[in-house]
Design a protein around this ligand. Structure first.
Ligand code: UDP
Length: 236
């Protein structure tokens, strides 16, 4: 089914298929952090991220959020709709952590009264800088209608995922989404939803069950990915 590799990113490869509107995404075990400065491998990560992304995307579809997901082909490979990625990282936060805590000089773990939403401009050469709505418009990265649609979809995703993970004994701290345009111009959720792109803390112990274990050399990286996948499976 795979024709040729058309793109290789940090964690995934993308292949064309016989259908120009469909692509195959293949998840790797490669891990990077700090804009590619730190590199490594997390054994089994690709299999987990593929399966977790697909399970969560199907839940989101059922909740009324359109996604690029078509069907899983194998442990690491998934058939998706071809989109043009909107070059924004859409970050939703429920609790302070990571770059938020660093930027504002606050501790991690502050529970917000309402989720926050921010955009970063997807641009490796510039290290994905934070970007305002008006600058998104100035650079013609998205239209005003697309910005509103993306924001409301991202908050809906937060509502759904927060509730789902809470049922697994996991706190959804923050996460990054990417959106794409289908051939007809409509916006769908794309990319992945995994421990690489979400902060997930054990609700009881606060233990980190996500890529921060790799970023911060906390050890037990593979075990954390396996544990979060076990919780997702147990939720059915
Ligand atoms: N994130 C991501 N890719 C990025 C930057 C952030 O998936 O290039 C995710 C990250 O895993 C976390 C959330 O977005 O769940 C917020 O990340 P933050 O802005 O705190 O940046 P970080 O501390 O990861 O550099």
């Amino acid at each position: 089914m795979k024709k040729e590799m058309i793109y290789e990113g940090k964690a995934k490869k993308v292949y064309s298929t016989e259908d120009p509107e469909q692509l195959i995404v293949s998840y790797k075990d490669d891990a990077t952090a700090f804009n590619g400065l730190k590199k490594g491998t997390i054994a089994g990560k690709g299999v987990i991220n593929n399966q977790m992304t697909n399970a969560l995307m199907q839940r989101l579809e059922a909740a009324g959020v359109p996604t690029h997901f078509i069907r899983q082909l194998s442990e690491r490979d998934t058939l998706v709709k071809r989109v043009t990625i909107v070059p924004l990282e859409v970050i939703v936060r429920n609790i302070s952590a990571g770059s938020f805590a660093k930027r504002y000089g606050v501790e991690e773990g502050i529970i917000f009264d309402a989720p926050t939403l921010e955009f970063s401009y997807k641009n490796d050469a510039l290290a994905d800088p934070l970007i305002t709505d008006s600058h998104v418009l100035a650079l013609k990265l998205a239209t005003p209608e697309e910005i509103e649609r993306i924001k409301s979809m991202a908050l809906k995703v937060n509502d759904e995922l927060r509730r789902f993970w809470a049922g697994c004994g996991v706190t959804l701290v923050d996460f990054k989404l990417e959106f794409g345009r289908l051939a007809d111009g409509s916006i769908v959720l794309a990319d992945e939803i995994s421990p690489d792109t979400c902060r997930l803390w054990d609700s009881r112990t606060g233990e980190k069950l996500d890529k921060d274990r790799f970023r911060r050399d906390l050890g037990g990286v593979e075990d954390a990915y396996r544990e979060i996948m076990r919780r997702l499976r147990a939720a059915g």
